[in-house]
Design a binder for this molecule. Sequence first.
Ligand SMILES: N[C@@H](CCC(=O)N[C@@H](CS)C(=O)NCC(=O)O)C(=O)O
Length: 223
Amino acid sequence: MKLFTGPLSMFGAKAQIAALEKGIAIDAVMVPFDRDDNYLPRHPEVLRINPKRQVPVLIDGEVEIFDSTQIFEYLEDRMPDPPLWPRGVAERARARQLEHLSDEVFFPHVIKLMGLQHDMQSEAAVAACAGCARFYEQMEQRLALNGDYLAGPYTFADIAFYMAQVFADRKGAGMTDATPRVQAWRERVGARPAVREVVGPMMRFLASQGRPVPPSLQFHLAA
Ligand SMILES: N[C@@H](CCC(=O)N[C@@H](CS)C(=O)NCC(=O)O)C(=O)O
């Protein structure tokens, strides 16, 4: 399988981690990425396959798809073991919902912060950080109910939220001691070989450009 992604693509990293967890060999193609973090010029294969012009894009023979969540679903169908969605229908629906919340409710706060790095005291930045903190609180409550992982067993929901909180931390909305269960979850997920194999190069990429790596992510710098 070929995955078009970027050196700092949080959505691409979701797909890469999932493939590694399933033991699927992936040829990761890093698309052009400029110093201002724009995906320019667009890779021709990305333009051909994704009308939204975004990474990640996956090619597996005649299957050509885009969007990290769609890629999760494809990988689960293609390689059911080990499963990355829970077995039960209700648990599976809840896990999918959580993955969606992470991408579509939590991560938009982080996207807002990306444009406000010069003005983190602004009302908009403070509101975005508060939105992240509220979400960490909700995940704290889930972990109190579900144990080690957000939706029962380790699932795509954990992968999605791990990557989302990596970027939140980088952009000034990391978790605090107010959510100890989520902090312990972050250590548990961050220690997984599949996660380290993907997040390590990302953190080393940042360090190689002289850009900050938050304390909670510095262990990823060790090869
Ligand atoms: N919902 C999409 C989001 C993909 C996305 O936002 N990709 C970013 C990189 S992480 C991108 O290509 N951004 C460039 C752009 O939007 O122009 C997914 O889950 O794959």
